[in-house]
Design a protein around this ligand. Structure first.
Ligand code: GLN
Length: 491
């Protein structure tokens, strides 16, 4: 078995017992990246030199018997909207093509404190607008299971990198599904924590009230280990909660006896592909066999989620993107006679079609006369959705749904039909509106040989319950063996 095939915790064990070095791990990943990434295109930039320097330093420390963190010398992939000081942070956009971050995101500081380091920055839909990574200004990323298909998005680079063994694990961001949906389409585990659990400082904002950084890993143990590092209060992010630090690995317990799991009937009905539905229902059966109680329930207000989400998210995006004016950051047009020209031309030339669409939509729903009809209404829907979740989580420990109504679609199939693309977010966006945690876990392969996943949801800060149930599933239906990408249609 090659080093790049191992999970992060397996690498940690071997590293800490002295069986392997961090330099060996790092070289193994970069040779894998060189072999595969010309076809997958998961990375926008690589940090090879920095990574090797750090690896050698950590190996030296271990050799000298210095006390090092158990994570020391483990690499990771980082979505390109998370700032690493001194490195390019493009957000998949031409407008930030040459932007070098002057500071570290808090999550990056956390990883640095453990002497971890970065393989590179992963590809994404421009400013995280999308569900396929086709909106990247640079190139689309391909799904390692079938290179003619999308890896999902917007964290498609991170998910494809982990699935194709080009990173042991990765960070992504999730505003409406961008960690869970690409994880689902690529057959890896994606975990979006509760809003406020992980600092957003240094994450380039898409929709600040919905954005959350989370993990993409090969197994549940790695999700817990990585969440331990990134969760926690940060005074630089006023929305981060000041809660006692938890050790999520304590929830790696193989037992769901007595758990009550609800399946909202709206998510196993019309609009969900048959194979996806069958696969998710078979997960419910398995949980029942393991001693959990399964009950059908209803989340009727979920039908308003897509509409409300695309109003709130675009409204916030239009405001957050205001700062890209050709003066303060990134790209500046060469065609200008006055200040207005600089703004107009820099933005016209720098933003891609989807970013422009969202700026227009967001500005429209916030404008006088439409604010009450759209934005305010969407906020009311948010309250209603929160209430519905509260009621459900009084009855159930977890909710079980699909992640995506369909498996990976072909590159180009939906890009000209944005509405169809938005509708495919039906199972993931309500979770961000509710601010609750959600995890995507592989559970099947469809007739095209593509991964299917299920989603576990819990009440706010209920990450431990999700980890426990996901771990139990993993232990009993050892799926890692079955989730090796097939690289169909490689050239
Ligand atoms: N697909 C959704 C959107 O385009 C979610 C994206 C995300 O979570 N960043 O808004």
């Amino acid at each position: 078995m090659e080093l790049y095939e191992l999970t992060a915790h397996e690498l940690m064990d071997k590293l800490n017992s002295g069986e392997i070095t961090s330099e060996e791990i790092t070289k193994s990943y970069f040779s894998r990246i060189k072999e595969k990434d010309n076809q997958i295109k998961a990375y926008i930039s690589l940090l090879e030199e920095e990574a090797l320097d750090k690896a050698k330093k950590v190996d030296e420390d271990r050799k000298l018997g210095k006390k090092v963190s158990k994570y020391a010398g483990i690499p990771i992939g980082i979505k390109d909207n998370i700032c690493i000081s001194g490195s390019k942070t493009t957000c998949g956009s031409k407008i930030l093509e040459n932007f070098v971050a002057p500071y570290n995101a808090t999550v990056i500081e956390n990883l640095n404190n453990e002497d971890m380091f970065f393989l590179g920055k992963t590809n994404m839909d421009e400013f995280a607008f999308g569900s396929s990574t086709e909106n990247s200004a640079f190139y689309p990323t391909r799904n390692p299971w079938d290179l003619d298909r999308v890896p999902g998005g917007s964290s498609g680079g991170s998910a494809a990198a982990v699935a194709a063994n080009m990173a042991p694990w990765a960070l992504g961001s999730d505003t409406g599904g961008s960690i869970r949906q690409p994880s689902s389409l690529c057959g890896v585990i994606g975990f979006k924590p509760t809003y406020g659990l992980v600092s957003r400082y240094g994450l380039v904002a898409y929709a600040s009230s919905l954005d959350q950084i989370g993990t993409i890993t090969k197994d549940v143990t790695d999700s817990a280990l990585l969440l331990n590092l990134i969760a926690g209060h940060d005074e630089k992010d006023s929305t981060s909660m000041n809660l006692e630090k938890k050790d999520y690995t304590l929830s790696l317990v193989n037992d769901v006896k007595g758990m009550k799991i609800g399946i909202p009937k709206e998510y196993i009905g019309k609009g969900i592909n048959d194979e996806v539905r069958e696969s998710v229902l078979s997960v419910a059966k398995k949980y029942e066999e393991l001693g959990a109680t399964i009950e059908e329930c209803s989340f009727e207000v979920g039908k308003y989620a897509i509409g409300a989400y695309y109003i709130m998210a675009t409204a916030e995006a239009s405001s957050n993107l205001g700062r890209f004016d050709g003066i303060r950051y990134g790209y500046r047009t060469k065609q200008f006679n006055n200040l207005k020209d600089i703004y107009r031309n820099s933005r016209s030339e720098g933003f891609g079609a989807e970013a422009k669409r969202r700026i227009m939509l967001g500005t429209y729903v916030l404008s006088a006369g439409y604010y009450d009809a759209y934005y305010k209404k969407a906020q009311k829907v948010r309250t209603v959705i929160n209430k519905a979740y509260n009621e459900l989580f009084e009855k159930y420990d977890l909710l079980l749904t699909p992640v995506s109504p369909i498996t990976a679609f072909k590159v180009g199939e939906k890009i000209d039909n944005p509405l169809e693309m938005y509708l495919a977010d039906i199972c993931t966006v309500p979770i961000n509106i509710g601010g609750i945690p959600g995890m995507s876990i592989p559970c099947g392969i469809d007739s095209n040989g593509l991964p299917i996943s299920f989603q576990l949801l819990a009440k706010p800060f209920g990450e431990e319950t999700i980890i426990r149930a996901a771990y139990t599933y993993e232990k009993n239906f050892n799926f890692r063996e079955n989730y090796k990408p097939t690289f169909k249609n490689s050239k």
